[in-house]
Design a protein around this ligand. Structure first.
Ligand SMILES: [Zn+2]
Length: 191
């Protein structure tokens, strides 16, 4: 698996075959999947309107890559700011205990993991990621509030009824209802 920027270039490269460009988008999504890979993929298919037959609208692949790129920029900036803050704190001898950082997860999937690939937030990825990281920074507990919607959880340990995000992150996938039968349809953009 190569880097996100290299794969994003391949998505935008009109000299490559549509299928190659789709697979490059898949690689990008593996690198940047705030809802987990499957729900992020579903979101991109819907939001960028990626057609079943790729040649019907090849720009859709570029729209999807652009959206991922914007979300990625938000996370990278936060991670850099956090690293700078930690350096300053260490220089002054402060050792602040911190919550687990949501971007320290495979593909960043702990940011807003959705166990059901078809139930995820509807806003742009960058907006959702920003909202989650803002609430995380503000010290709002993921156990008691949905960091996407900001609403209080009435049923702790369950996915948010409104946006589908689960407080347990990717660990929730083992308890979620199986999606294997629905996944091929999502992957092939038969929505
Ligand atoms: Zn929610």
């Amino acid at each position: 698996m190569t880097s996100f920027p290299a794969q994003a270039l391949r998505v935008r490269d009109s000299t490559l075959s549509p299928q190659c460009r789709l697979y490059a988008l898949r690689e990008c999504t593996l690198h940047c999947a705030p809802y987990g890979f499957r729900a992020t993929w579903h979101h991109l298919v819907v939001a960028a309107r990626i057609p079943r037959r790729l040649t019907d609208d090849l720009d859709a692949l570029v729209r999807a890559a652009d959206e991922l790129q914007q979300a990625r920029d938000v996370v990278l900036q936060r991670a850099q700011e956090y690293a700078a803050l930690r350096r300053r704190e260490k220089a002054t001898g402060r050792r602040t205990p911190r919550m687990a950082l949501p971007w320290n997860s495979w593909g960043w999937s702990r940011i807003a993991y959705c166990p059901d690939p078809e139930h995820h937030p509807t806003g742009s990825l960058a907006t959702v990621v920003e909202a989650v990281l803002d609430r995380h920074d503000a010290g709002i507990s993921v156990e008691r509030h949905c960091l996407v919607c900001g609403i209080e959880r009435h049923r702790p340990g369950r996915a948010c009824k409104t946006c589908g995000v689960h407080p347990d992150g990717p660990a929730a996938r083992w308890r979620a209802s199986p999606v294997e039968d629905r996944w091929p349809r999502v992957w092939h953009r038969e929505l």
